[in-house]
Design a binder for this molecule. Sequence first.
Ligand SMILES: [Zn+2]
Ligand SMILES: [Zn+2]
Length: 331
Amino acid sequence: MRAAVLNEINKPWSLATLPDPKPAEGQVLIRMRASGMCGTDLHVHRGHIPVSLPKILGHEPVGEIVALGPGVTWLRTGDRVGVSWSQRGCGRCRACQEGRSLYCPEGQTWMHLGGGNADLMLAWATGCTLVPQGLSDADAAPIFCAGYTVLSGLRNAGPRPGDRVAVLGIGGLGHLALQYAKALGLEVFALTGTAAKKNEARGLGADEAIVASGDLGAGLLAAGGADIILGTTNSAAQATQALSGLGPEGRFVNMGALDGPIQADAMLLLSRQARIVGSMQNDRRDLVEALELAAAGKVRPRTELYPLEKVNEARMRLEAGQVRYRAVLQI
Ligand SMILES: [Zn+2]
Ligand SMILES: [Zn+2]
């Protein structure tokens, strides 16, 4: 099979021909069709998230199951599936016993079996989710990390009818966060420091786009404040600024791998009874809901498509902040 392989930190991913893998007990073999590229891939590329090398990246994979390992009874060859970051736990620790294997200290992810930037991918069957009809491979792929992450973020904020949601950072995650908040019937603001993204945010369904080159929180407060801020930026400075735009009992949900600590004003948190919530991909039902909303046409990832051979071109565009809004490899 062809594969894009990270051999060395900060070096271009090399296109290699590797032996076709075979699924072991509990695993499936997937013929890849689409593989989304996430900001987290850049952290891995730069060595900020350590993985054993060489490694095939790609944690937004969608494809067709072509072989089942022993013991896999509920999936079938021909099934169209995607694979989530968290694929299985040890089954025996406290978290696994509670059915919350995403907290398992020995949880298995793409880092163990390799990701989707290849013709074929191995995955634990427990990490696979069926892709609903009506959703293309390329549109389904970004849901498996970006869409899943932001819908869990929104659910983890406990949205109530009439809540005003501000999305901080309009990129791969943010452009989907806007659409999911809108799909759930909430009032949605886009919060950006880039004037050029104002019209784009409106086009994605934002009721209002607030461009604040000075202070994002002050800009948000001037527009009436937010009950929920979905933080998808990597900038700790922006997250810190945005906090002051929370209204009473507001929730700031951080989903970004920030470049530093959030500097929270204790008196602001106290006087508004505000909360800062950390959030990652949570219950699998958030992923299924995210896929179904996309299949129903209520959310549509904006993608740039690349063949596997152009994986480094896609990565460099992502590093330069030029991707609108998700780069997807078509395999
Ligand atoms: Zn990701
Ligand atoms: Zn466990």
